[in-house]
Design a binder for this molecule. Structure first.
Ligand code: SPV
Ligand code: MG
Length: 432
């Protein structure tokens, strides 16, 4: 029998896949190159089922002779090893992100006279559509909450974007691009105190109370499935923080980040231009411990944010605090800096790498914005938060529209920069 190779992720199996396998078995012994978990998370998202589980499913499909791991998105390394006579694939990879992969296959199989057989794409079914349907069904608080930890422990770097209402939540949930053969999207949402307060027209001084913050969170929870990290400001009094943790965990928020400040909190990016007081290490450690004791599951993360570089208390203080907070049970450390050259962040990360006991490291590169995710990941950063970019880009656009109408005594000119009415009417499904 000839060898026939079919590459797949096997995470969501639909009749399109079965059709390809059926065609493949007419030509010989079907060998499935099953994408490893790393491949799937690298080019797409965290797999719903782990490799071992997917292996169980796929090897039991009628007509499958063997399943081998495929540890790159490109099937060529496996093809060189196996040298199958036939390679089967859906004919939908001629364009888009898979085009280069296809060309490489065609080139390499010439060596042993292999043949690429392209099976007609099964209309009306695609994983993207199935995923959208799943998103429509929604998620549960437990499933959503766990996702952040799973992502942190399986992805090179977790990419978080701010959301301050349902609409921005949808942008974070749904925006995808194709780049270098990979699908890129955000992994979750940051409910920033700055953006939540600003969108309510209020200053970022812990004035927007928890009830109001919870309303924002609920609006986002209603229309999304990705994990949420709440900017919890100082966390308030320990006695209050305990209740906050319980409430957030019950709702399915994945993490709260609290900063080691006391008194009237002001935004960190003011730096030393405003009076800000750091908490004592002892008191902040007690807050972390109280939060940990209050939570019901280990899936909910309490992340400690260090403000020493913001308050100019020095690197040594930042390092000491990081060690103390980790020892008190913090599930992650966020180190903040407003320096634009990134040097103090680089120094902190290098020192942090040498810690014996480490927890995930989180950064907010608003000021040192030239640094890429890859650079940060190489420094040992696990989560990058783009903390304010949706509101900062929306506000100038809205302001210009308002000014244009005043300027022109009509809305024709302003309309040119607006999305078409038809598009806004159908942006959110279910309105017709
Ligand atoms: C926020 O987004 O509210 C933050 C991050 O706390 S920063 O504004 O940089 O302090
Ligand atoms: Mg904040």
């Amino acid at each position: 029998m000839e060898k026939v190779y079919v590459s797949m992720s096997g995470d969501i199996i639909h009749h399109g896949h079965l059709n390809i396998i059926n065609e493949a078995r007419k030509l010989g012994d079907v060998i499935i190159g099953l994408h490893t978990d790393e491949v799937i998370s690298e080019y797409w998202r965290n797999p719903i089922m782990k490799y071992k589980e997917r292996l169980e499913v796929v090897k039991n499909i009628k007509g499958v002779t063997e399943v081998v791991p495929q540890s790159t998105l490109d099937q060529v390394p496996n093809l060189i090893k196996i040298k199958p006579k036939y390679i089967l694939h859906g004919d939908d990879w001629k364009e888009g992100i898979q085009r280069n992969l296809r060309e490489r296959v065609i080139e390499v199989i010439k060596e042993w006279n292999g043949k690429l057989v392209e099976v007609k794409y099964t209309e009306g079914v695609s994983i993207t559509k199935l995923e959208e349907a799943l998103m429509g069904i929604g998620t549960t608080p437990q499933v959503r909450m766990k996702k952040l930890k799973e992502l942190i422990y399986s992805k090179k770097i977790v990419r978080i974007m701010e959301a301050h209402n349902g609409l921005t939540g949808l942008i974070v949930e749904k925006t995808k691009i194709e780049k270098n053969g990979k699908i890129k999207e955000f992994d979750g949402m940051w409910v920033s105190s700055l953006c939540d307060s600003t969108s309510k027209g209020k200053p970022d001084i812990e004035l927007v109370d928890l009830t109001s913050r919870l309303n924002t969170i609920n609006d986002i929870l209603d229309v999304t499935t990705k994990p949420i990290i709440l900017d919890g400001d100082t966390g308030g009094k320990i006695e209050h923080f305990i209740y906050t943790v319980k409430t957030l965990e019950r709702l399915g928020v994945s993490a709260i980040i609290i900063e080691d400040k006391v008194g009237l909190k002001k935004n960190s990016l003011f730096g030393t231009d405003v009076q800000q007081t750091q908490d004592t290490i002892e008191n902040f450690c007690n807050k972390i411990k109280a939060g940990r004791e209050a939570r019901v599951t280990r899936d909910f993360m309490i992340i400690a944010r260090i403000e020493s570089l913001i308050s100019k208390s020095g690197m040594k203080d930042a390092i000491n605090r990081a060690k103390a907070y980790i020892n008190s049970g913090a599930d992650g450390i966020m180190i903040h800096s407003k320096e634009t050259d990134g040097n103090e962040i680089i120094e902190f990360c290098k020192k942090y790498k040498e810690f014996n006991k480490r927890v995930p490291l989180i950064v907010v590169p608003t000021s040192y914005n030239f640094m890429t995710e890859e650079e940060l990941s190489n420094l040992g950063v696990n989560v990058v938060i783009y903390a304010n970019h949706l509101i900062r880009s929306a506000y100038p656009a809205m302001l210009n529209t308002a000014k244009s109408i005043l300027e022109n005594d009509r809305c024709k000119e302003a309309s040119e920069n607006c999305m078409p009415i038809k598009e806004i009417l159908t942006l959110i499904p279910g309105g017709m």
